[in-house]
Design a binder for this molecule. Sequence first.
Ligand SMILES: Nc1ncnc2c1ncn2[C@@H]1O[C@H](COP(=O)(O)OP(=O)(O)OP(=O)(O)O)[C@@H](O)[C@H]1O
Ligand SMILES: [Mg+2]
Length: 297
Amino acid sequence: MSFALEAVGVSKTYGTVKALDGLTLEIPRGGIFGILGPNGAGKSTLFRIVLGLVRPTLGETRLLGAPAGDIGALRRIGAVIETPRFLPWLTARETLKMLALESGEKAPDIDGWLSRVGLTEAADRKVNGYSVGMKQRLALAAALLTKPEVLILDEPTSGMDPAGILEIRALMRELADRDGVTIILASHQLDEVQRVCDSVAILDRGKLVAGGRVDALTGINERLRLIATPTAQVLEILGAKGTADGEHAVFAAITRNEAPALIKALARADVDITEARWIGGDLEKVFLDSTGDADAR
Ligand SMILES: Nc1ncnc2c1ncn2[C@@H]1O[C@H](COP(=O)(O)OP(=O)(O)OP(=O)(O)O)[C@@H](O)[C@H]1O
Ligand SMILES: [Mg+2]
């Protein structure tokens, strides 16, 4: 298997703070991978090490199979790490032109990227007057200019309004699905990660505490809530998998695959089902259970 990013026993200490504490992690190529974790979990530190901006105290990382800081691998990467800074007196178009020149990109599609990140109208305004969200968009265009195979994004939608978040989320999905870019994004916005990522790793205090496919992780705590009468009969059919929720509802701790058989069994037993709804199934519970932290609440 070829990996976009690998970390083997990576630790980074700043004085007495262990930003990363023996982190081992493999991120395959393809799709969108989320790195979740409360503030200070070590997400940005991991990215800085991978990009060769910071040296690990222990362990090693690989980017597209190459050691940290490898120029060849870095050329195949685009990254936006925390708040981007630009020359304030240049416009977005001038900024991208300058960056394309610097990176040796021969025929950069500047108009195309400005449009894909939603900056066409503001393209000829000075970056000085840009809002935080607009700077994020420009940083994204700058990272995409060289058509990277892997895109590393640290909190890509921080500072963006809800419509902007939707737009960027759609762009990320499109980049992954249509352009084949592997996207690795760090976030503590559970909702965003759940909606856009295929797989996640959850970090806490520099350690990997949970991970896997988002659908599998969220499936763990999903339950079917049934409003049905008589509830006694529903509980009898469910056995150990059923718990009453008040007088008229029952929680069924079953998987989605088991649902059709359950509904049929209930119908055969002449139970009247008024409502059947999946409850839970979000990353929040997985996150809070594994980080034992209140930051995400
Ligand atoms: N240059 C530095 N000097 C001292 N401590 C640092 C430095 N960089 C990071 N740290 C510490 O390392 C820990 C991990 O920080 P990091 O920025 O990687 O967390 P994060 O997961 O990105 O958090 P956030 O969600 O707030 O962005 C924190 O305790 C932070 O204070
Ligand atoms: Mg960070």
